[in-house]
Ligand binder design. Structure first.
Ligand code: SAH
Ligand code: SF4
Ligand code: F3S
Length: 453
């Protein structure tokens, strides 16, 4: 029998999220499901009867950190008056999917494991262990449905993530994601459009379309709608700001590029992971494009939208990367002048093809390459921000600066963080979630500072 509604109402929970936006979005659904049962969300592990970890295994560091964190939880006492006899710990997300009930061996006090396809099972699994004790794991390979029918509590009222595909078919040789998120599945255009419309009706200002490779949207659907059609449909919802992530360079079409010049709501910012500036390494990564093709895309993007803010992901130290390969990467990053670059040191993931490749580059050499890349990234990001000095930009206000609560913090169309003093007589509540004009007085590497007009 199900736990009584009254009993659920006494249960507190906390969700801790790692990894990408897909996981963050899944966490919103976990919060939505547990709240709709009557459980109360709390801000800390100490206050929580149930702790859910939404995990990431894209690089090794995340794995190690999670195990450590779950282990230390043994020493955190349960709150006074808790309705459960022992704190319930659940691991979901990509580590849950990858390791399944194997996690019980290394973490004896773990109670529940659920996979990326099994979000909907979480309440039942929790209920089972609360009532009967023991441990439960569920990690099905394929989900029965797109997890979109589940209730969801959005982190911010003014911004929404909208998944258009789940899974990935690309199998880049270094990457674990296709193994833990399954094959690519697209949602119908009608469903996406309806969800966008419902967000706009609820006051959402910014929609970010999500997928591991949004550009391959629709290949599995009848009539093969394309990603450019999705952009049009979501723009038609009347949303003020539209963004998307992530784009694979091999599938970025001219039709999508053209939208940066024509579509009202599409923001002038694009994350286009290059991964490497060497054709040999790109081939070994199974990326299916060349550096020349990538540069060609950037040229086209800049011809339709000259001030577009570009960001990318780079992996340093892929097996077999030579000094010359790295120089190609350095040159690409230096020449393109990205607003932001997420730089990663290659991390071996068991089960991927790259894990079997010979890797002889010394750690110090990789670290030196990484450090020199970070230096040029910062230099170029600083320069990119100078273009907005003395400009007036529209800022979607998200809250206050972490370091100074007298400064509002928000995002420009190019996705830059913008800070500005909150003028006397203006309350944060009155402007949060709205778009306000800010004159930029100062441009730093990672943020702009200005005056609210
Ligand atoms: N689907 C997206 C994001 C994938 S994960 C895409 O294709 O761009 C985000 C980033 O993590 C990747 O772009 C890649 O740069 C990095 N990454 C993935 N696997 C990695 C690994 N084994 N080692 C280091 N970085 C990795
Ligand atoms: Fe991983 Fe490549 Fe798929 Fe991105 S496109 S999730 S890097 S396999
Ligand atoms: Fe990490 Fe899974 Fe996303 S491995 S990057 S949380 S898809």
């Amino acid at each position: 029998m199900a736990l009584q509604q009254a009993a659920w109402m006494d249960v507190t929970f906390h969700v801790q999220t790692f990894g990408c936006q897909m996981n963050k979005h899944d966490s919103e659904r976990v919060v939505g499901m547990l709240e709709s049962l009557g459980c109360q969300a709390v801000g800390t592990i100490e206050e929580a009867d149930v702790v859910v970890f939404m995990t990431c295994c894209v690089r090794e560091a995340a794995d190690v950190r999670l195990i450590g964190q779950v282990q230390t939880m043994k020493n955190v006492p349960l709150r006074k008056g808790s309705p459960v006899s022992k704190r319930i710990i659940a691991i979901g997300g990509c580590i849950g999917q990858r390791d399944g009930d194997g996690l019980f061996k290394s973490l004896p006090h773990l109670d529940v494991v659920f996979g990326t396809n099994n979000l909907a099972s979480l309440p039942g699994l929790l209920e089972d262990v609360i009532e009967h004790g023991g441990r439960r794991a569920e990690t099905l390979e394929e989900s029965k449905a797109f997890p979109t029918e589940l209730p969801s509590v959005r982190e911010h009222a003014w911004a929404a993530w909208l998944p258009i595909t789940i899974g990935c078919n690309n199998f880049c040789t270094y990457c674990i994601v296709p193994y833990v998120r399954g094959r690519e599945k697209s949602r119908s255009l009608e469903e996406i459009a309806a969800e966008a419309k419902s967000y706009v009706d609820a006051g959402v200002k910014e929609i970010t379309l999500l997928g591991q490779n949004v550009n391959s949207y629709g290949r599995d659907l009848y009539g093969k709608p394309r990603f450019a059609d999705v952009l049009e449909a979501v723009d038609a919802s009347g949303v003020e700001r539209l963004r998307f992530a992530t784009s694979h360079p091999k599938d970025l079409t001219d039709q999508v590029i053209a939208k940066f010049g024509t579509l009202r709501s599409l923001m002038p910012a694009l994350h286009l992971p290059a991964q490497s500036g060497s054709d040999e390494i790109l081939a070994a990564m199974h990326r299916n494009y060349t550096v020349e093709h990538y540069r060609g895309l950037i040229d086209k993007l800049r011809s339709v939208c000259p001030d577009i803010a570009l960001s990318t992901d780079i992996i340093v130290g892929f097996p077999g990367e030579t000094e010359e390969d790295f120089e190609g990467t350095y040159r690409l990053v230096d020449e393109i002048g990205y607003s932001q670059v997420f730089t990663f040191i290659y991390s071996k993931r068991e089960g991927t093809p790259a894990a079997r490749m010979v890797d002889t580059t010394p750690r110090e050499v990789i670290q030196r390459r990484f450090d020199s890349l970070v230096e040029v990234v910062q230099k170029r990001a600083f320069e990119a921000n100078q273009r907005d000095l003395d400009a007036t930009v529209d800022v979607l206000v998200e809250g206050v600066s972490k370091r100074d609560s007298n400064l509002l913090s928000g995002k420009s169309p190019k996705n830059q963080t913008v800070h500005a003093p909150i003028p006397d007589g203006v309350s944060l509540e009155s402007i949060i979630g709205t778009i306000v004009p800010v004159h930029i007085d100062e441009a730093r590497t990672w943020y702009l500072r200005g005056t609210l007009l």
